[in-house]
Design a protein around this ligand. Structure first.
Ligand SMILES: Nc1ncnc2c1ncn2[C@@H]1O[C@H](COP(=O)(O)OP(=O)(O)OP(=O)(O)O)[C@@H](O)[C@H]1O
Length: 229
């Protein structure tokens, strides 16, 4: 089965000489279509750096990044490829305050030359799918944090990405709203086939993911065995 994301020996070193920091150190990873994966680890272990390389926002010092069976390239090609194949969700929804929920979701499609009418249809479909259709005409300031995050997920899905990368998307939400975001991701992965990696410190919703990855000192470590009484 083709991996939606494959990292082969990916390493990222910041700085040089004595100041060099090996933020990610020889990571191999395959995430399959429809897989929802959580990435855990202490502060500074390299999670964000790994996500930036998987999202083609930063290039590895060494190693290869493959998305949906294609080796990632640098420069302008990476930008176009990224726009069509990867969606991002961050801790803050980062919606544009003077655009409505629907217009926020449309924006990425308009950049990709989707017609205004088509973008509107797709946007309303996605808002409906995520349970926030009634909020389509509202501005971000009129929405709760959980609703804003669902709009951000709709925006990330707009171009039908193969892969969604989420960096602590529930950190600013209470546990019930955070769990709803995980439930949405689980549904998106299983129904739409999107591969999802979610960096999180929230252990309460891990029952919803397919796989838990743990990072330590720039490396993926085998998941700890369940504790038996
Ligand atoms: N642009 C940079 N320049 C130099 N060092 C960096 C840079 N970005 C990250 N680092 C270092 O790389 C290491 C990994 O950082 P990274 O942000 O990937 O960790 P993280 O696991 O996402 O942490 P957190 O959970 O706190 O967000 C850290 O030692 C950090 O200080």
């Amino acid at each position: 089965m083709t991996a939606m994301l494959e990292l082969r020996g990916v390493t990222r070193v910041y700085g040089t000489g004595e100041n060099a920091v090996r933020a990610v150190d020889g990571v191999d990873l395959r995430i399959l279509r429809g897989e929802f994966v959580a990435l855990l680890g202490p502060s500074g272990c390299g999670k964000t750096t790994l996500l930036l390389m998987a999202g083609l926002l930063d290039a590895p010092t060494r190693g290869e990044v493959w998305i949906a069976g294609r080796r990632a390239e640098g420069g302008d090609k990476a930008r176009d490829f990224r726009r069509n194949t990867i969606g991002f969700v961050f801790q803050k929804p980062n919606l544009i305050p003077f655009l409505t929920a629907e217009e926020n979701v449309c924006l990425g499609m308009r950049i990709n030359d989707v017609s205004r009418a088509q973008a509107r249809v797709r946007s309303l479909e996605l808002l409906d799918y995520l349970g926030v259709a009634a909020r389509a005409g509202n501005y971000p300031s009129q929405l709760s944090g959980g609703e804003q995050q669902r709009i951000a997920i709709a925006r990330a899905l707009a171009n039908r990405p193969a892969l969604i990368l989420a960096d602590e998307p529930t950190a600013a939400l209470d546990s019930a709203r955070g769990r709803r975001v995980f439930e949405q991701f689980k549904r998106v992965a299983s129904e739409l086939g999107t591969a999802i990696i979610c960096v999180t410190h929230d252990h309460r919703s891990l029952d919803l993911v397919d796989r838990v990855l743990e990072m330590s000192d720039g490396q993926l470590i085998p998941a700890s065995a369940p504790v038996r009484p």
